[in-house]
Design a protein around this ligand. Sequence first.
Ligand code: AMP
Length: 379
Amino acid sequence: MTRAIDNKSKTILPGATIGILGGGQLGRMLALAAKPMGYRVAILDPHHDCPTSSVADVVVTGEFGDIAALAEFAQACDVVTLEFENVPAGGLAFLESLLPVRPSGRVLETLRDRIAEKSFVNAAGVETAPWAEVRSSGDFTRASRLGFPAILKTATLGYDGHGQARVRSLEELSAAFAKFNAPCVLEGLVDFQTEVSVIVARSSVGEVKVFDVFENHHVGGILDTTNIPASIPLEVQQQAQRIALELAAKLEVIGLVCVEFFVTHDGRVLVNELAPRPHNSGHLTIEACRTSQFEQAIRAVCGLPLGDLRAHGPAAMANLLGDVWQVSQPNWAAALETGAKLHLYGKQGARAGRKMGHLTAIGNDALEVVKAARAALRT
Ligand code: AMP
């Protein structure tokens, strides 16, 4: 297992095997960035036909808490990173007893639970949406002092609008909490001007770099488009970058951390959530930046020099959800004629709301191009 590690600098050199926990689209794009640099890739995922399986060198099929599967996976790897933060703590501790896991189990413990995450952010002196814990019906009265409407979110395992409900009264809060049947947070609704995100990379040898600010538009709780440059004033962008760098340093994360923000009409930036991995809002970096978020993650976890993150110019990304497939086979040729670049994740089963791929364009009209390309899929 130590064949490709430079013991003096602890750098994981090309030729080594990078393990990825999770084989979804983020794992696939991580693997696609690692392979040209000469790394081998092993993955652990519960599904043998997951999106990363066709591009990985080693595929171990098993649950993230399955010790036998984790042992087989660890045997194949020199370092482990992840595309999915909901790996059980016991599984991570087992892996950490065998080899470096980056980001560490301690970072994941803080970020996989919204209560721990928001407590961490507020303790760092950084503002979030107003929030309150809801662990039992006894918490309703105190939490409802935030006012209605509000958003109830499960503390763990939420994604893409799943595990979230808008509630307008104590009765709706009670009904939503009964449905989730799990610890939650109630959040005051933020009347934001826009949403942005910042991705920070910190390497295992202490180097730190930050991407430009991404501007994000969500539809139904799911990211719809991202564009750079963000349309908010430069000083607000710098403030978001400063906060993201500070939180990444406090977490001592090795790898990537994405910080999502709400930007209010009066220019305040409130942290929404953090993800210790590549993020959907960073997909445009594949075409738009000198180093993509995926290559940067590989460099960071391997202790290699971090790449230059400057963008070539304006760029945009539009997600392709399973909805695109609902009427007929998408018209790929028409989409590509717009000049947009196509990424498909190789997923079987195009369910509504499921992320199947994305489109990217660069240039001054990038956002219009990706939207036109997506519309062309239905022609
Ligand atoms: P989340 O999974 O927490 O990132 O929420 C998904 C999306 O729902 C966010 O990107 C926002 O567009 C919206 N949202 C979540 N929380 C709030 C809030 N407190 N106020 C307003 N919109 C929210």
